[in-house]
Design a protein around this ligand. Sequence first.
Ligand SMILES: Cc1cc2nc3c(=O)[nH]c(=O)nc-3n(C[C@H](O)[C@H](O)[C@H](O)COP(=O)(O)O)c2cc1C
Length: 303
Amino acid sequence: MELTEVIEKRRSIRKFSDKPVSRGILTELIREAALAPTASNLQAWRFFVADDPELVRDIDSFSPGLSGKPPVIIAIASDLAEAERRGSKNSLVYGLMMDAAMAAENLMLKATELGLGTCAIKSYNDKAVHKLLKLPDTMRLEILISVGWPAAEPREPKRKAMEDVLFWNTWEEPEASEEAAEKPEAGKEAVRTDNGKSAARAAAAFASENTQAQQFNKKELQDLLIYMITSAAGLPGEPHMYGPLRLIESSRRLAGMLGDAYGGAVFEELTALIDAGKGKNMTDPEGFCEMLQDAAAKATELL
Ligand SMILES: Cc1cc2nc3c(=O)[nH]c(=O)nc-3n(C[C@H](O)[C@H](O)[C@H](O)COP(=O)(O)O)c2cc1C
């Protein structure tokens, strides 16, 4: 594939197949990532490739922005000790992050060329993932990248018009363009949509005949709790629309579990309503708010 074709083809993938990715391929990705430029040629990044299914699942649990059950998660971290020893003050403040971003793009482009899907993830719980990867305090997590074979072709995100982003020599007021891409696509899929019904079905499979309380699977409840805590922890640094999104996603998961445990059309209608509208939070804020109002109205039927 030509470089331009690879660049144009890369999409954030948020649905992966179960097919594993070989360590040979993963090593190739890291080799290309490590060819990216770094400030002062510091090369202080370290690449942690999680391909152990249990570790991947655990990182996934603490990463509200991660979607689609990837078989591999690559964490790019910076060795602060090395940067302090060899780098400048600037490298600690912003250089390392830029270095990691450049390596990440190399990695994602190489993955695209190989037919793999990736998604950059910044919405994860830093402390929890740090701990899960057993990183020393001198290591700073910069970004996660999900990696796997794509199971769905995402639609083209909106892009800003060239006249809005390209300036020859000096800045001048851009002509008001059709607001082709006012809003970033980011948060739309930032929600994990894969945990709902099947998880609730699993809960129902665990169901005991005896009491209603026993009909919930402890693991599913714990997952929901973790999702809520990590969502809350991520919010101070995230765009304001993520708050309603995380809250309604938590509600959707709970509604799914309640529906499978107790049955009832209201739970089914609620989950369908939320699933249909939650993706609108970035592209169609009014439609998103309308869905929230509809969900609240629907919930009155539970009274
Ligand atoms: C620094 C950074 C952080 C991101 N964090 C997330 C994230 O937490 N969850 C997610 O689903 N996508 C995340 N993305 C992916 C963007 O949403 C995506 O790149 C953007 O919507 C454009 O779509 P495209 O990658 O298909 O071109 C992130 C991208 C970048 C560069």
